[in-house]
Write a protein that binds this ligand. Sequence first.
Ligand SMILES: O=P(O)(O)OC[C@H](O)CO
Length: 422
Amino acid sequence: MDRVLDPEFRALLRRGRRVAVRAVGWALTAQFGLAAGVVAADELRKRRSPRSEHQAPADNPRHTTVGQDEITTYTYGEVLYEDMLAAIDEAQHFVYLASYIWKGDQVGQRFKDAVVRAAGRGVLVCVVYDGFANLVVPSAFKKFPRGVHVLGFPVIRSGIPLVDVRRTGRDHRKILVVDGTVGFVGGYNIGSLYATEWRDTHLRVRGPGVWELQNSFVDFWNRHHRRGLPDLPDSGSGHWNPSVRAARNEPSRLIYPVRALYLEAMDRAQHRVWITQGYFIPDKEILEGLLAAARRGVDVRVILPEWSNHVLADVVARSYWATLLEGGVHLHLYRNVMVHAKTATVDGEWATVGTANIDRLSLRGNYEINMEIVDPAQAGRMEEIFRRDLEACRELTLEEWQERPRYYHLLEQALRPLEPLL
Ligand SMILES: O=P(O)(O)OC[C@H](O)CO
């Protein structure tokens, strides 16, 4: 105690604290400087090889029937958007549309026109977009006529996010529900780029499973809409079908079941775990799940873009590749086209398609929704799609990865601490 009061010792402590604060400051500056440098270098690379030279494969949708639900799986945006727009144009009672990104471009305008038309003929129209994800979209585009009810999920929310987790998370969902009879969900945001240049996956559900999507929309809307917007009827469902279910991450209710969905499915796998992801930064338990499956002889494969549109996410993701490859996980790099799908299939029995990436933001951060379908026909379709995608990929070998330049390895380690932000 005497020593604490000793002025010399206190001066020493003060100096130590100053040095520590400065060191942390320099480390953070260096790390963010490095991150900025990597982003700038990637911009140069993109300018040299514009992605628009590359088109996603224009595959037709695939259909299955699961119990009383008709499931259509889309892997090409242009076809999906036409069907979504047709569904909105056919709406008679309500249109619920949530899109994390809603670009103010040609495709975005077509969706806007469609919902305005629906509202004009007396259909109840409620739309949600994420304020942060659409900061770059002109505000004029985000203004709708009075008949369209709009929830722009605020960029800044009340409360202190670090103290109250319920106040955190972006609305990352992409859902369309029309009249309770047809629903769409998956990785596609709304925008022209995604129509032809990105490889993504979306589902259309027709049948009682639509309730899963409708319920997610209604619950979110009723919890988050501002005063003046209508409450939506919350119907409940008499239909209990374990084969077609939605898992919804909801920070405001402290539930993150999509992560559990992946962990449980990997744990059960005996033959195949085939995952397709745009941004793949597995946390400790997901990584353990993949490696454990590979150890017991399961064929574990992940399709990823060779380069995604987020270079920092790429670099941090790559810091796990050596561990994955050494553990027997196969990595397939999709060439030239951005793969943005958030899907997985296990043993030809189970499949998920949704909005959640395998990264911290999606699995422990955002509002997300993934359909879980336990059915050999749908899982078979997803396996067909996976095999088809493999043709556009090259497999990365451990030897090749070990030969990457030393500086690249250092970059991965230096940027890995950014993982909680991704
Ligand atoms: O957040 P996601 O998965 O919808 O992806 C969004 C794109 O990265 C936009 O740049």
